[in-house]
Design a protein. Sequence first.
Length: 380
Amino acid sequence: MSQPSYPKNNIGRELIPLTITNQTGRQKLYIDVRGTTDADHPDHKWYHLSNVDGTVELCTPSSKTSYSIEINSDTQTIQLPRLASLRLYFSFDNPLYFVVGDNGIPNSPNGTNDSWTYLTLYDFIEMTWVIDPEIKTIEHNSLGGNTSQVDFFGFPMSLSLTGDDGSGKPVTKQSGFSAAGVRDKIFQDMLGLPSPWRDLVFADNNFNYRALCPYHGMEANLFPRNQLDKYINEVWKHYEEETLTTSVEGVNYEGKVNNDMLIFNPVQGDAAQIQFKKPSTWDVYLNGPNPDIPTKPANAIMAMLQAGFLRSTLLLSSSLPDCDTTKFYQNEPVNLYAKIIHRYGTDGKAYAFGFDDVCSQSSVSILYNPTSARITLLKF
């Protein structure tokens, strides 16, 4: 089993070229790249890019720091190191500042109430590059990435990854956004909505910095914490009588509400019962209903439930997941933030909430034996 021959950086991690193209018309662009060498045990194993040649430095505790590197041309290629849980932050005019915890893990910049980044235009892309020698197929060397609006939308980017498709055939995959002018259209659509949706747009001096997701809107007291309560009660009432079915890891489950708990019992075999308490609006927007015991099957059902709630399909279908996209965002209460983001995503796909990958609706791309990547910041 062969793989590309990679150059390596100062800590022996493989590198691929990442080309950054700035089509926005704005200057003074910064990039901040950080990730870990051990996703399972990340404490004190986070590194940040210290120059465009792929050199990294260990993240150390700090009450205020910045890893931003200025990008000095409209197109620049940097060397991207193999790290897991990568975040690539792009900011205009100002570097990004944040806290690094005592465990050496850097916090995310906070654009809701943090004076360091409040008036900075920024956004990010998520990637993870893993080489696992225990996997004896081409899939041992995988690169995945996506744009994300789970937290907020700042500006549109296109992500392109090049490598193999899993069978050895060369492939390039593009995700995120594709068209110029999308930023203005998204903000125009958001501001054309009634409250509380239009209130999620943060602007200053007539410039729209970002549109917050609903749960960050709740944190900033811009979005009602009871917005989904009526729908949640209707769903819970519905499944007191009806049965919600799903299948996880080859096990079929039937779910019904009893004593205000949504309880899934295996149809056959000795798999464990899975229970969910009735969620709040906050719970649904953050992760979905929380299982009493967070096992792998329970977490899979939690993901499907969040998708059903936020696509408003749980009263339309009694099976999880419901992947009929013609039903998504059609019935009250409509998640208008997610609906607008998906409207402009490439092929209608986006990460507008945490489990938007249910039914393959997210912007994630995954390929193998990666050879290069490209990020384009699209014209506003």
